[in-house]
Design a binder for this molecule. Structure first.
Ligand code: ZN
Length: 88
């Protein structure tokens, strides 16, 4: 039943996004019930998504914020007290 498996693999993202009709979703859910390899892949996709989502929420802010702040132009601290060595 490789055709079914390919079908499921192809539609798994739509399934996760809730873009499929009820019947399609049922068919996929049923196939996942009967087909351990596909069910395994499905679980992997779901976990992967959760990791991505949680990373976007938690891990980005602190370190990335600083870098962004530096990149935007936070260059007033050290140069201010230097006196001014201008090279012509
Ligand atoms: Zn399968």
């Amino acid at each position: 039943m490789a055709d079914d498996c390919n079908d499921v693999a192809r539609q798994i993202y739509s399934y996760l996004d809730g873009e499929l009709t009820v019947w399609k979703r049922r068919a996929i859910a049923r196939h996942l019930d009967d087909c351990p390899p596909c069910a395994k892949g499905f679980t992997f996709e779901v976990e992967l998504r959760q990791v991505i989502v949680s990373r976007c929420r938690d891990e980005v802010p602190e370190s990335l914020r600083r870098r962004v702040a530096e990149a935007i132009g936070d260059s007033g601290g050290e140069a201010a007290g230097h006196g001014g060595d201008e090279v012509r």
